[in-house]
Design a protein around this ligand. Sequence first.
Ligand code: HEM
Length: 403
Amino acid sequence: MTTLMTQVDIFSPEFRRDPYPTYRLLRDEMPVYPSTSEKGLEMWLVTRYDDALTLLKDDRLIKNRMSLLPPEMVAALDIPDVVKPMMRNMLDLDAPDHTRLRALVHKAFTPALVERMRQQTQTIADELLDAVAARRSMNLMDDFAFPLPMTVISNILGIPAADRDRFRQWSNDIIDRELDDDMEAVVPIMSAFFGYLDVLFEARRRQPQPDLITALVEAEEAGDKLSQDELYAMVMLLIIAGHETTVNLIGNGTLALLCHPDQMALLRQNPGLARGAVEEMLRYDSPVQVATERYAREEMVFAGQHINQGDLMLAALGSANRDPQRFTDPDRFDITREDNRHLSFGQGIHYCIGAPLARMEAAIAFNTLLRRLPGLRLAVAPDELTYRPNMFLRGLTRLPVEW
Ligand code: HEM
C-alpha cells in the first residue's frame, strides 16, 4: 500500500477547524484513504467528487450492516433495547424497507408543503430578529440559526413550541456522539426522547390534528405500512435531520458572507441572488461534511482500491465539493457561480428528502438577516471560532455577531 507524504489526522482539532487543506492532500495523494479512529474503528474516506458520487449510487454498498451478519450473530450483539427502534430509520435501511418508509413521508415533503411554509418561515425569521434587534449583538447560532429550522420542522410535525428546547439537547447529545462510541451512552437520551414521543403519539391518537405526526400515527395503526419502532425512528430522524443540518447551513453560510464582504454586499443589493448564494454556501462549507455509513456488501475494487466485504466506506462530501476536477477555482466563494452541482444533499436513493425545504428556509434566513441588520459583522476574530466535535456535520459552536 502507498503511504502519504504528510501525516494526516482526520480526528484532530486542527482538521476540525479547517479540513480543506487535508482534503486537498488526500484527493491528490490517496483518494480512497484508510483511517482508524482512536477506538480502533476502521474506515475508508473517499474524497474525490467522481468517486464520492459513484459511492453514493453504488449498489454494492449497503446501509444496514446487520444484513451482512448471520442471524445468530445479530442476536448475540448486545444492543440495548431502547436503541433498537432507531435502527429502523430509513437512512440506515436498504430496499425494500427503505423504499416503503421513504414513500410514506416523501409525499408530505412536496413543493406544495414548501410553499405553505414559506410565509410562516418569513414570519419566524422576522420575529427572531425583532427579539434581538435592540440588543445590537447575538450569538447567531442560538438566537437565529437554531430556532428557525427547529420551529419550521416542529410545526410540520406538530410538536408544541414549549418543548423545542428539550429536543435540541437530546438531538445534540445523539448527534455529537463519536462514530465508535459505545451505544450505552445514548440509552438515557433515547429513553427520554421516546418517553416524550409516547405522550405525543397518544395525544394524537385521541385527538388527531392536521400535522405529520397524526398522519404517521394513523399509518402505524393501519398495520402494514409502519411498525411501532419505525414510527419512533421516523419522527426522530425527521426532527434531527430537519434541523441539525439547516442550523449549520445558516451558521456556515453567514460566516462565509462575513468573511467575504464583497459577496455579502452583492447579496444585500440583489436579494434575487439568494437561490444561487445558498447553493454556493452548501458547496463551499458543507453542513454535512461526510455522508452516513455505507458497508461493502461484497469484496470489491473501488477506485482502484481493494475493499473487503463489510468494510465501512464514507463519502467526504465537503471534499468532493472542493474538487478542482469538478469545480473551477473551488476554494473561491462566489455566490454567482454557475454549474454548481454540489453533493451536499447526497445522491442516489438516500438523496435528502428535505432539500427543497432547507433551500427555502436558508434563502429567507439570509435575505432577512441582510435586510434587517445592515451593519452585520463578526463580534470576535475568526480564529476564535470553534466547531462542534462531529465527524459528519460541520457546525459552529457559537457565532457571535453585532450590528
Ligand atoms: C441544509 C440542510 C440539509 C442538508 C445539508 C441535508 C443533507 C442530507 C444528506 C447529505 C443526506 C443523505 C445522507 C446519506 O446518503 O448518507 C440527507 C438525507 C436525509 N435528509 Fe437531509 N439535509 C438537510 C435538511 C433536511 C431537512 C430540512 C429534512 C427534513 C425535513 C431532512 C431530512 C432528510 C431525510 C429524512 C434523509 C434520509 C433520506 C433517505 O434515507 O432516503 N434533511 N440529508
